[in-house]
Design a protein around this ligand. Structure first.
Ligand code: FE2
Length: 364
């Protein structure tokens, strides 16, 4: 097999541009159990923005707001609302990653540059992906500071307790009708990813709407990016609703892994996070469909956690409702027990739940 020209060590961080980073940071600490670890803003010499860095196990979330109406951050929020700007990828050589991908046709968003402070140096470079979303390559092998040069350690008097979120399992992009294959080819040709799975509208159509999805993954499988596009249905698909409100392609959901989904989801619910609800009939014959599982049925049913099985095992999953007023970004909580798939058996129940919400918003 040919050498991987873009070896990725994992997700480095996810950065959201939000209207009020100070308040969003408290939401993610309080509701999702992240710890505030670092900050950059006027007090640290950054004049045009404020950024809060939150951490839980391997996950780093950066929340950034602009301080003035000019500039790309304010424009991004104006158009998209709160949303994901950067899916940052951890690499050994950021310059080489940028060169390999731009040579293969990626559009540069930022040429390689070295950031330095007393804790060492970090090399970063960015390329564009769907919509206004970018991938930033982060090379941090010569750095031992808290996050990136320019950020200072920051904690909060509110000590959030972890809810067991461990790492990012996959990040899903929604793109326009007819563009899914374009972006699958981008990940294959420009980034050396492989097509893992294809879902067509036979797999995932409901009474009203449908979507198509293909999942691409990098060489070591650490990075998985499903790409969705709307498919023809009776009414407006959930992907079209997203595109209408995000005003273009973008990140639809981030799936976060836990080792104890019952604990994680109980905590999230106690802290006010809202989830999609499937009918209780889903659970009537669940064990007949799934065979033996380790968990008791009752807490799964109470918490509305879904189960699916593939050849290698099973998985438990649940979707939050959108985490902002626009029906755009949401989170998935997933616990894998051998299964490497994405819960195809739950698509119908989940998408019908999304459509009930869409209906309430008058967007179906
Ligand atoms: Fe997912």
């Amino acid at each position: 097999m040919s050498q991987d020209f873009l070896p990725l060590k994992g997700t480095d961080y996810v950065e959201l541009y939000v209207g009020n980073a100070k308040q969003s940071a408290l939401y993610y600490q309080y509701a999702f159990g992240y710890q505030l670890i670092a900050y950059a803003g006027p007090e640290t010499g950054v004049k045009d923005r404020a950024s809060y860095v939150l951490k839980q196990d391997k996950i780093r979330l950066v929340l950034t707001s602009p301080l003035h109406p000019e500039g790309e951050i304010a424009a991004h929020i104006q158009r998209h609302g709160d949303g994901v700007k950067v899916l940052a990828l951890w690499v050994d050589d950021a310059k080489q990653s940028w060169k390999e991908t731009t040579n293969r046709g990626a559009e540069s968003a930022m040429e390689p540059k070295t950031l330095r402070d007393e804790f060492g140096e970090v090399v970063v470079a960015s390329i564009k992906t769907y919509g206004d979303t970018i991938h930033t390559f982060v090379e941090r092998k010569n750095y031992n500071g808290i996050f990136l040069p320019g950020y200072q350690p920051k904690s909060n008097t509110y000590a959030a307790t972890s809810i067991g979120l461990k790492y990012i399992d996959h990040c899903v992009g929604n793109v326009e009708l007819g563009k899914m294959n374009h972006w699958v080819k981008f990940y294959e040709n420009v980034m050396g990813f492989k097509l893992l799975i294809t879902f067509d509208d036979e797999d995932i159509s409901t009474e009203y709407s449908a979507l198509m999805s293909k999942v691409v993954s990098n060489g070591n499988g650490y990075i998985k990016f499903p790409i969705n596009e709307p498919a023809q249905g009776k009414k407006k698909s959930q992907i079209e609703e997203y595109l209408d409100f995000y005003h273009g392609p973008g990140v639809q959901h981030i799936a976060i892994a836990t080792d104890d989904i019952i604990h994680t989801v109980s905590e999230l619910r106690n802290r006010g996070v809202e989830f999609l609800v499937v009918p209780s009939s889903y659970y009537d014959d669940l064990l007949d469909r799934m065979g033996k599982i380790d968990e008791d049925l009752r807490p799964l049913k109470e918490l509305n956690i879904l189960v699916d099985r593939d050849d290698e095992g099973y998985l438990l999953q649940i979707f939050t409702k959108p985490v902002q007023d626009r029906p755009t970004l949401f989170f998935e909580i997933i616990q894998r027990k051998g299964a490497k798939s994405f819960g195809k058996g739950n698509f119908k129940a989940l998408f019908e739940a999304i459509e009930r919400e869409q209906g309430l918003r008058g967007n179906l």
